[in-house]
Write a protein that binds this ligand. Structure first.
Ligand code: MV4
Length: 495
């Protein structure tokens, strides 16, 4: 087993990876940029190396500096987390060449699955259902028009190098195709440095259901059930849960088999996620494979009891999987809410600044994966995720109740968060009924406003008042029932 692992990431995911390393007796090396000197992952690691200036190309995306940090610290393996270099085949290749173990899939699997048309061809060969569409990229407008006629409108233009919705265009009629293809291609070129596009049949109102897979270097592949990730805003997931309210036991088994077949076909090793779209008729289609540990991995950990980071490290060290498919049992229900520093009243724009105070919710079935602490300043340079709040309970409705309670008990002062938005989603009838489709936010929360106007000012007034009256206590011998905990009051947005 590795004695020391370098974590090529920051924030909550770096902190999360450090936790498992400590349990395994593995020493950790954090890397950080000049903007992250005071970051939690730096404080928690055994050792920390400064990479350089805040700009990602000078720090977290700089392969030379990360490899130099690994050499200097004597780390034999690198965990890339998610984002940054996690799905960069050149980085995985460089680790392979320099004798450092990349805790992730082989460079070749990352590269092959990164091209969506290569991935589609691989899945078809192994019998995994794919969305009707093209099997290679195409630029010629006449060929595209013929293909669109064959597939049938509406069609969806996608970037071959894509993912995350960039370079996507829905086209409803032949007259709109050529122009949409040009604009999708140029968007893809600026986002991925590759303007290749192809067409798929456009599925209306699908669900996004993904399967966690684990594959070792000895040919064993298992899946760890699904995650329902349909609640997204601008291709950013905000709430994830498992099990999916849409799956029957039969469909789950069928999709799980497709997911492991997909991983085998791609020569996959390590932890990965096979994404599917599920239509209203219970038909599912392969979408793409995410070749990394995902943000939403904790919900899977909660219901299976399996530490995915430990599995990743053991697989990377060459150990065979010690769990088989029959060992995987989902217990109860888990939900994750992502807590970003963002202003739900101003189009969810980042809200960076100092976190004056944070109090995390506690209690049975509650987990917070956090990268922040009281007094920490959220830098502007990176994705503003502060933490993830995960609840686990015996069934979906208790899990929702628990999540609403936990969100209301979560106090973060200094930066804005979407907590009131999340509470309203979890309280909605559509969510309660499990009507979680990819158009959920547009359909039910397009012009959401907080229930209390002027909340921010009132919270500010309340904090000032509280600080000025530190010794205030609920008055004795009265029948008053007003809230006496400032944190409870703030968390509830009932100033
Ligand atoms: C689709 C689709 C409908 N039909 N493909 C969006 C991100 C990218 N990874 C795939 N996406 C979609 N592909 C076909 N053929 C609808 C989406 C989609 C979506 C998918 C999952 C979660 C949220 C979504 C929001 C809008 C569109």
């Amino acid at each position: 087993m590795f004695e020391k692992i370098l974590i090529a990431n920051r924030g909550e995911i770096a902190v999360r990876i450090i936790a498992t390393c400590r349990e395994m007796g593995i020493r950790t090396v954090a890397v950080y940029s000049e903007a992250d000197r005071d970051a939690l992952h730096v404080l928690e690691a055994d050792q920390a190396v400064c990479l350089g200036p805040a700009e990602p190309m000078e720090s977290y995306l700089n392969m030379d500096r990360i490899m130099a940090a690994a050499r200097a610290s004597g780390a034999r393996a690198i965990h890339p987390g998610y984002g940054f270099l996690a799905e960069n085949p050149a980085f995985a290749m460089r680790c392979e060449q320099e004798g450092v173990v990349f805790i992730g899939p082989p460079a070749r699997a990352i590269r092959d699955l990164g091209d969506k048309t290569v991935a589609r061809r691989t899945m078809i060969e192994s019998g995994v259902p794919v969305i009707p569409g093209m099997m290679q990229p195409e630029a010629d407008p006449d060929t595209l028009a013929r293909e669109a006629d064959r597939i049938g409108y509406p069609v969806l233009i996608k970037a071959a190098a894509g993912g995350g919705g960039k370079g996507m265009r829905v086209v409803h009629s032949p007259g709109d195709l050529a122009e949409a293809a040009v604009s999708a291609s140029s968007e893809a070129r600026s986002a991925f440095g590759n303007g290749a596009i192809y067409l798929e049949k456009y599925l209306e109102k699908p669900r996004h259901v993904e399967f966690q897979v684990l594959a070792d270097a000895h040919g064993n592949v298992i899946h760890l059930l699904e995650r329902e990730c349909s609640i997204q805003r601008r291709h950013q997931k905000i709430i994830e849960e498992t099990p999916s309210p849409a799956l029957t036991p039969g469909l789950r088994e069928e999709m799980g088999k497709a997911a492991t077949a997909a991983a085998k076909a791609a020569g996959y090793v390590n932890a990965g996620t096979v994404e599917f779209l599920l239509d209203g008729q219970g038909k599912f289609y392969f979408l793409e494979v995410n070749t990394r540990l995902q943000v939403e991995h904790p919900v899977t950990e909660m219901i299976t009891g399996i530490d995915l980071v430990r599995q990743q490290i053991e697989i990377a060290a060459g150990s065979p999987l010690r769990i088989s498919q029959e060992d995987i049992v989902g217990r109860g229900h888990a939900i994750e809410c992502r807590i970003y520093a963002e202003d739900p009243l101003s189009a969810f724009l980042p809200s960076s600044g100092k976190i004056h105070f944070v109090k995390e919710p506690k209690g049975p079935g509650i987990r917070t994966d956090s990268g922040v602490y009281s007094g920490y300043t959220v830098p502007m340079e990176y994705d503003p995720i502060l933490s993830k709040l995960i609840t686990h309970a015996q069934n979906r409705s208790e899990c929702i109740q628990r999540m609403k309670r936990a969100l209301k008990d979560y106090v973060i002062l200094g930066v804005l968060t979407p907590i009131p938005f999340l509470v309203d989603i979890l309280s909605s009838e559509a969510f309660e009924k499990g009507e979680t489709y990819t158009d959920f936010i547009d359909t039910h929360f397009a012009d959401w406003r907080p229930t209390l106007e002027g909340t921010d000012l009132a919270v500010l007034a309340y904090v000032v008042d509280t600080l000025a009256n530190r010794t205030r206590r609920p008055s004795a011998f009265t029948a008053e029932t007003q809230a006496c905990s400032p944190w409870l009051t703030l968390g509830n947005f009932r100033p």
